[in-house]
Structures are given as structure tokens and as C-alpha cells.
Design a protein around this ligand. Sequence first.
Ligand code: UT7
Length: 327
Amino acid sequence: MEIRAAITAVGGYVPEKRLTNFDLEKMVDTSDEWIRDRTGIEERRILEPEKATSDMAVEAIKDLLAKTDYTPEDIDLIICSTVSPDHVYPATANIISDKIGAKNAWGFDMNAACSGFLYALRTGSQFIESGMHKRVLVVGADTMSIRVDYEDRNTCIIFGDGAGCVLLEPNAEGLGIVDSQFYVEGAGRQYLFQKAGGSAVPTTIDTVQNKEHFIHQDGRTVFKFAVKGMADTTEEVMKRNNLTADDIAYLVPHQANKRIIDATANRAGLPSEKVMVNIQRYGNTTNGTIPLCLWEWEKKLKAGDNLLLSAFGGGFAWGCIYLKWSY
Ligand code: UT7
């Protein structure tokens, strides 16, 4: 039987500090009721200022490794998906490998905005399927609090900090990643982006003063594309694999807005008990959302469960992975 890349362990980490809707009521012109109604979010976690994205990733990996018999030296490759790397370069994956002592691993970062974890998971799976590697760590981690203008009510209510990770290993029993579908539509890039800090708009005193290093989002436009993109791709992957709602154990959606999640689940015909939702506790942790869902639901999953992982985000970039859970 063909070799598939199966998730064999999951880890997660969220910072202690909570930022509630009631805290935000004191910071911008908003209300707990508006935020809950329009997004489903009640609180998010905020990383301590002296810590970085790699520190959350390291905690998540320690959590994962503690559930296995492996040591950091057993890891072949670390892929870190993030939009808030420790530095512009080197890659956060390199910093993580040093901090955990993964002496035999190489690594790199990936950026596909909110869909980054799925892109990284599919990339990591190639190294397993080809036979090149035996153990690949895929990490999704973001410190969104450094990207948010806490005077902008359109964005500051949405995002939070967190990290999750999975271990990929070969499986010859038909379990693991079965299929996937990805898209990018670069024409949508102006609706969700960080204007300054790259080569197009280098950092200057003006870009800092004009707040061009924070998230810019046209929420209403992104919302419309997200509902269609996530629902269409999930449906496409289901049809191609002859899956009906009854065959699916869980939809694992990117946690950007409860209403986007509900629309995707409705189109797939999935009842709420088959949809992983933790947006109320963590908000949108960008690359952290999907692995943090798997982390929280891990004990409920069993070998052979069909999962659909689905995301939409800046770029636009979106996609869906169909996998069979392996343990
Ligand atoms: O993860 C990456 C992908 N990102 C997403 O998928 C995010 C997609 N977008 C969204 O989730 C939603 O568009 C938001 C949550 C960002 C906004 O919700 P919305 O229902 O689309 O609101 P809106 O922007 O259409 O604004 C509706 C009203 C406006 O007032 P008027 O013009 O109708 O008087 C806003 O000014 O709500 C107002 N508003 C707020 N009111 C209270 C906007 N933000 C807030 C706020 N508190 N925080």
C-alpha cells in the first residue's frame, strides 16, 4: 500500500494572559455583545512582551514530544508557518530547532497568511510520502498582538496569540493525508495585508507613524470571499472523495469568524457537534487555529476518523485537506 503522511501526535500552547471583550470595551468603541454576535469571540490570549513566536512554538513542541517516545534529535525537519516570525530572517524554524535541541533537523518558514498551517502540512507531507524523511514537525504559531493596532476596532477584536504543532510520520495502512486542494488569488491581496516593512514599502519613520505596520483589513470583502472560498473548496474535496456528511467525523475550520465557520459547515451539511470551534476562547490566532483545534479535540479522535481541515486568509490563499486520523 502507498505511504501516506499521518499525524501521530499533537501539541499546543496558549499564553496565560487573557484579553476579554470587556477589556476591549475600555480600549475602543465596541461592546461584548457586538463582538460575540458578529464574530463569536469572547476572549483571546496575549503573549508576554519579552517573549517571541518561537517561545510559544517551543512550548507546543515540548507538549507534543512529551506524548511520544521521541527526543528532539529524532526530528528530521521543522516547518514553521507564521506571519509573525521572531525576525525578518533567519527563519523562526531555525530558532525553534536551536531552542529545543533538534540537532539533526533542517527547517524553514512558510507564509500563506491564515492558510499557512494547511500549506505547511501539505508541504511536510511530501517529505514523508517521498520517503525522504520519517519525522516532520509542522508548527503553526503567531503572535498577532504585535500586528494589531489596539486603537482600530475593526481588527483588534479579532486576533490573538497561540501555537500548535503536529508530528507527521509514514503510514502504510491507509491512514493520514488522503487529498487536498489549494488556491491563491493574488488580486485579493489589498483587502488583507500589512503595507510596510517589506521591499515594496520599506520601514521609515513615516510608515511607523502612519501605522502601516499593522494589519489592514477590509473585513466585509474578506468575509464574502472567505465564506465562498472555504465552503466551495470543502465541498469540492468532499465530492472528489465521495464523502457525505455522514462520513465526516469533524470539520476543522480556520477560526476567523464563527459566521464563516457556520456557513462552511452548513454547506457541507455538518451539524455543529461535528465542527471544531474554539474561537470563543482564542480568537483568530492565524497559523495557530487549526493545530490548536486538533490539540483540544485530540482525546475525542480515533483511528480512521475522516477529518476535513479548511482555511481561508490573506493573499487570498485558501484550501482544504482531507485526512484519516491515525490514532
Ligand atoms: O483570518 C483571515 C481572514 N479574515 C477573515 O475571515 C475576517 C473576515 N471578516 C469578518 O470577520 C468581519 O467582516 C468583521 C468581524 C471584521 C466585521 O464584521 P461585519 O459584520 O462584516 O461588520 P462591518 O465591517 O460590515 O461593520 C458593520 C458595522 C459598521 O457600522 P455601520 O457602518 O453599519 O454604522 C462598523 O463601523 O459595525 C461597525 N463596527 C463595529 N461596531 C462595534 C465595526 N467593528 C466594530 C466593533 N464594535 N468592533
